[in-house]
Design a binder for this molecule. Sequence first.
Ligand SMILES: [Zn+2]
Length: 333
Amino acid sequence: MSQNQTVIPQEFNLPAGVRPVTGLDGIPCLELATQMTTLYWQTYGEQSRFFQALIEGRLIGAKCPQCQMVLVPPMTWNCPDCGFTDMEEVVLPHHGLLAATAPITIFPPAGQHGNAPYARGYVDVAVDVAKASFLPARLITTTGLPRPGIFVKGVKLKLVFKDEREGRITDIFWVPWDEIPEGLRDIEPLLASQLQFEDPKPPVIKRPFEEVFTAVRDLAVKAVRSPRAVENLKAVGTRRIGVWVGGGEFTLSIQNGCLEVKRVSDPGVDFVIQADDPNVFLKWANGGSLSDPAAEGSLWLPNTEAFGILPALDRVPRSVRRDEGEGKLSPES
Ligand SMILES: [Zn+2]
């Protein structure tokens, strides 16, 4: 290309301006000179080295020998802070820290159609230097879709390369370090095919009822061995209480100072007490009170007789704890 030749020759350009014209229908209009976008090859220019490195499975940045600033990607190889001094290529680690909690959008960027929800953030890879740019990053989890709580500020991330690379920023993405199996963490470059993204393991669903039932049953087992708790329960007499809580039902059977917990709701109970939140009984088993939630209303009771036995039940976990602390629990049978 000769020095004065432009991409579009001068004679192709229209004079800037607006002019009157008559349409084919004979109606006068105005038209303006404008241009049309065309298809073209765009050079990466100075950034070519960065994208070539991605193809090779490396992550590089530009480092200023004077101020030590690291640019990644290197949008320039001449430090803007030091009179455009030449910057040096620096090989960067394949891990970094998320610079800010990443937004998750249901509108993925152009070219990422179908990849919603989409998590995008900025990774601090040159953490050792005082001045560094953050690398724009696509964030992917092996645990299913991206969700709030995974890509939070400061979380450590591992750089992963697509197996097939062509020299685009989409050749790489980042996965939480904790999700990378230990044997793969030091591999550089780590390839996407080395990780398991299909069939993520579903998270464990918390089942508060099971936890509550276990705690109450454990309390009953110890209460039998606690002389103080046996005395508390003797004061109750013989009672069978149905307990209905969110998530399940059980029965408290009290007889001769002995507390028994059955998983099923016994149809022959004296009365039923209810709480939406099963944790009312977890707190009780851990030394709390049933009288308090009854007074507040989070524990429903049918009558004053039911309320009358709560003080004795309140003492049971405390008595167990005292006898346990003093070594007075009878041996396990
Ligand atoms: Zn500099």
